[in-house]
Design a protein around this ligand. Structure first.
Ligand code: SF4
Length: 494
């Protein structure tokens, strides 16, 4: 299984097609508008409280970029410190290798089920499916992940994977599916958030108490101490990280930070940017194993899966600075209208549009760099100052280049650009084409407007209101009125 098989959901249509279908779903749009609007307002309120917010962003961006420049060194240091603290480090080049490592580790415990704390990295590699093939059942314990898993759905947001579901839909999912995965939903379950949370709590509690093995992701890892960090809001993660005997953490290699002290700035930026909270409710930190306290067997799987290739791209590598806060999703006008599924990837929204094509190769996600208006709201919101519009434009060029390579004949865009180059390089040719175009446009115009044009021009003209061109171009008018006048004046002066 290649990394692309899971980062990109195979079989899903390209973004424009999927977006069109999503736009027709009024309930989805209402759910998204309400949810993203609430988080957006909260984020703006709490970030405005800090006088040094911009300094924090600058510092975080500098730390991330410096770390990426020496990533190899920091990862080797992390391996040293985790090993010294009693943990075991595994290196996985791709999804298949990471899945094989985790499966082997779980099998070695003799267990046939695990609990998981929310981890995008394990979704990226399709870990649940790989474990299921080996007869091991994975239970998601993050509330939103639980909803997605019970419904056989896919996540649609980095932080709130079930953001596309309303309360009544969640109640129905719980009623229908909980019994198939363990303790059923209580009788008479309402769609009150407290009732839904209690139903999830009861359903998950027995799993936490039974589990011998847990799999987690990681938000950060400090290379100088070997400390791994998970931040979450519900406390379910804390149970996963402390109750089982064996803990396996799957972490993308870009999550490493040089030192424990660096956490200071990131733990202030992350909660304000993600959930709009001043402090994160549950921040779990652990360093290897501690006798008599928490899991006694700790494994850290360091995953590449396209990250080294991303690092090699001087413009695109900034996407690896992402701390998965989801602020860019919540401010994106495109995401707010289409939702996450339209991106056809584990990583949706603006960050997904730049990260996914780089992880899987731009030819495997060619429509994503175009899933943006380039308005720049994502760049303004990003706590680590990733210039997403810059990377989008860079990837658009790569997507066009990849398309050009695969074709015997030039693409219509390439042909149009070549023709434009020939015309624009000669004033005579430009004037001749302007005259011809004006004549042609006037022939097809109705009541002063050009409607949908035939053939290849239909896609361009079908989405625009274009006025018919003036009878005389500016150049022709200039020549007629000014140049003729000047010649007359000059002639008189002689
Ligand atoms: S790109 Fe920036 S704003 Fe978007 S999820 Fe990553 S860190 Fe957050």
């Amino acid at each position: 299984m290649s990394g692309a098989d899971n980062v990109v959901w195979l079989g899903t249509p390209p973004f424009p097609e999927a977006a069109r279908a999503a736009l027709a779903d009024t309930r989805l749009r209402a759910n998204l508008r309400r949810a993203t609007g609430t988080i957006r307002d909260r984020r703006l309120a709490v970030t405005a409280e800090l006088d040094d917010w911009e300094d924090l962003r600058d510092t975080a961006a500098a730390v991330k970029r410096r770390t990426l420049r020496h990533l190899d060194r920091h990862l080797l240091r992390l391996e040293e410190t985790v090993t010294a603290a009693g943990g075991t480090v595994h290196w996985a080049a791709d999804a298949a290798e990471a899945n094989a490592i985790v499966t082997r580790l779980v099998q070695a415990t003799g267990e046939s089920e695990i609990v998981k704390v929310k981890s995008m990295t394990t979704q990226e590699i399709g870990l649940n499916e790989a474990l299921a093939e080996a007869g091991i059942r994975a239970y998601e314990t993050d509330l939103a992940e639980l909803i997605v898993q019970l419904d056989g759905d896919r996540p649609s947001h980095i932080l709130v994977p079930a953001i596309h579901r309303g309360r009544s839909e969640i109640r129905e999912i719980f009623r229908r599916q909980m019994g198939k995965w363990g303790r059923p939903a209580p009788e008479g379950l309402t769609d009150d958030p407290r009732d839904l949370a209690e139903a999830a709590r009861l359903h998950l509690r027995e799993k936490f108490l039974r589990a011998k093995v847990a799999v987690s992701g990681a938000n950060f890892a400090a290379a100088d101490t070997g400390t791994v960090v998970v931040v979450e809001s519900e406390g379910n993660g804390r149970m996963c990280l402390t109750l089982p005997e064996t803990l396996i953490t799957v972490m993308g290699i870009e999550k490493v930070l040089p030192s424990f002290a660096d956490l200071d700035v990131f733990l202030r930026l992350l909660p304000r940017s993600s959930t709009g909270e001043r402090m994160n409710p549950y921040t779990s930190l652990w360093t290897g194993v501690t006798e008599g306290d928490g899991p006694q067997d700790f494994h850290l799987v360091l995953l590449d899966n396209g990250r080294t290739a991303t690092l090699a791209d001087e413009v695109g590598r900034q996407a690896l600075s992402c701390i998965r806060c989801s602020a860019c999703l919540n401010v994106c006008p495109v995401y707010e209208r289409t939702g996450g599924h339209a991106y056809g990837s584990v990583y949706p929204g603006p960050i997904g549009a730049v990260l996914t094509p780089q992880l899987v190769g731009v030819e495997n996600a060619a429509s994503l760099p175009f899933a943006s208006t380039l308005c720049g709201a994502c760049y303004d919101a990003c706590p680590v100052k990733i210039d997403i519009p810059e990377v989008l434009v860079h990837l658009r060029a790569k997507a066009v280049e990849a398309k050009r390579r695969d074709r015997l004949l030039p693409t219509p865009e390439a042909f149009a650009m070549k023709a434009a180059g020939v015309v624009l390089s000669s004033p005579r040719r430009l004037a001749a084409v302007q005259r011809l175009a004006a004549l042609g446009a006037r022939l097809v115009a109705r009541d002063g407007w050009i409607g949908v044009l035939p053939g290849p021009f239909a896609r361009w003209s079908g989405t625009r209101d274009t006025p018919a061109p003036a009878r005389e171009s500016l150049r022709a008018w200039w020549r007629r009125t000014r140049e003729a006048g000047r010649t007359t004046t000059e002639g008189k002066g002689r």
